[in-house]
Ligand binder design. Structure first.
Ligand code: ZN
Length: 463
């Protein structure tokens, strides 16, 4: 996997809604280019060092080779953090190269999703790969029970270039003496377990990052049949797999998985800067009545002939708006967005997107103040929050407020509470400073709660 360049090209088309709202379609592909034989995910020198260290570890720690165990089968080596709200988070950037010549390449399915000499499965984070990394959203987990045979940590983890950087990684040995390698991890994210310690299937190993020869956050997952790199296996069974006859997966996923991986609403489109800058997802769940909203969808393995049906549903389930995105070409990963005038009636609405037989939905609220019960006579909703975006310090102020206890809660996009505070307002005026300096860049929700109800505001932290 190389260069998840977040350059987009503009693609325009017309979409028609049932309410005759006409709007342009924007967006395009998340473009990336892959490594090549000269710049593999793991270099030959690195492989030599790994082989040596594995042999040393076996001697040093006396880790027994357990030969007669049943054949290992792998579960998916990634797991989103609990509370993760999107419907998926990845696509396959590269499979194992099954072509032994130096002049060509092909994957297990006889396709071209690999590069010459690639020895693993690259699972690429999308959308917002650096945002996911900064916020520790996607965990690398043990694909099968085993023991840690090697780990490496402390190296730079936001690499964007084809070079020979050292990766943060974990290598497991399984009871049948097979090995699994987990590459490109985030610095200082690795499990505190030591070499020689046992791990169960699904145990945390680290966070997806971009350390080593990598140009964007992804997991390079590699399988060996034994301690030698020459025993390379391809976990996927298929016509062109010449390395092994059967799958190593408990449940082998399809070669491509066309799907909506995320759908978001905001008043601005997502910001997708070049590697290694952290993206700004721009997601909101509270909207001013009648405002222009932005609906963004992210499609994995977008396939010509499959269309996305996008709907905004009223609180009673009837359709407020619907339109279609037509897939006319194959892409690994795309994003598409539209500006749509949102309803004027307060209530909880649903964004619903159907693609390839699956539907994902997200709730959003028009007029959060009204919906959560704040009376218009109170001015809590007029509390000023600045600057926003902020680089860490938030100034909150307001006047003509109701006196009483005000509770402040800040949640990250996973809904986890990262900060709680409160103030007693006695003279109708209010000033407060909240620091987000210790938090990663990204989007947060600030909830201000009083006896009268609550308001929610989106806060963006960036450098
Ligand atoms: Zn790779």
């Amino acid at each position: 996997m190389k260069n998840i360049l977040l350059l987009s090209f503009m693609f325009c088309a017309f979409a028609f809604s049932s309410f005759a709202q006409t709007s342009m379609e924007y967006g395009g592909e998340y473009v990336y280019s892959t490594n090549d034989a000269a710049h593999p995910c793991i270099t030959n020198e690195q492989y030599k060092a790994i082989e040596k260290k594995c042999a040393e570890a076996l001697k040093l720690y006396g880790i027994p080779m357990q030969k007669k165990a049943a054949r290992t089968h792998f579960y998916w080596p990634l797991k989103p953090v609990s509370g993760f709200k999107d419907s998926s988070y990845y696509y396959i950037g590269n499979y194992v190269d099954q072509d032994t010549t130096d002049t060509s390449f092909k994957d297990y399915n006889c396709g071209r999703t690999t590069y010459d000499g690639h020895r693993g499965t690259d699972i690429v984070m999308q959308p917002f790969p650096f945002y996911k990394m900064d916020n520790n959203q996607i965990h690398i987990v043990a694909a099968a029970a085993g023991i840690i045979i090697q780990k490496s940590d402390g190296y730079f983890d936001k690499n964007c270039a084809s070079n020979n950087n050292t990766a943060n990684y974990v290598i497991l040995m399984h009871p049948d003496s097979s090995f699994s390698l987990y590459w490109h991890m985030k610095r200082n994210s690795l499990t505190s377990k030591k070499v020689g310690d046992a791990v169960a299937v699904g145990d945390f190993l680290g966070i997806v990052g971009s350390s080593g020869a990598s140009s964007g956050p992804h997991l390079h997952f590699e399988v060996w049949k034994n301690i030698n790199k020459s025993s390379l296996q391809d976990p996927y069974a298929g016509t062109c797999n010449k390395l092994n006859d059967s799958t190593w997966w408990v449940n082998q996923k399809a070669y491509t998985e066309p799907a909506i991986i995320a759908a978001d609403m905001d008043t601005a489109p997502p910001i997708l800067p070049a590697c290694p800058n952290t993206e700004t997802p721009n997601e909101d769940s509270c909207f001013t009545p009648g405002i222009k909203g932005v609906v963004t969808i992210f499609i994995r393995n977008e396939t010509a002939g499959i269309s996305a049906i996008v709907k905004i549903l009223n609180p009673d389930g009837t359709t407020y708006l619907t339109w279609t995105h037509k897939s006319i070409k194959y892409y690994n990963c795309t994003y598409w967005y539209w500006y749509k005038t949102l309803p004027t009636t307060p209530g909880v609405y649903t964004l619903e997107v159907t693609y390839n037989g699956k539907t994902v939905d997200k709730k959003f609220t028009v007029d959060c103040g009204a919906v959560s019960g704040i009376q218009s006579a109170t001015n809590e909703s007029q509390i000023q929050i600045s600057p926003n975006p902020t680089n860490g310090i938030l100034n909150l102020s307001g006047s003509d407020l109701h006196n009483g206890n005000y509770n402040f809660t800040i949640q990250n996009v996973l809904g986890q509470i990262v900060l709680q505070d409160h103030s007693l307002i006695q003279n109708n005026n209010f000033q407060k400073i909240i620091s987000l300096s210790n938090f990663p860049n990204g989007v947060y929700l600030l909830t201000i709660e009083t006896g009268n109800g609550k308001i929610i505001r989106k806060i963006v932290k960036q450098d």
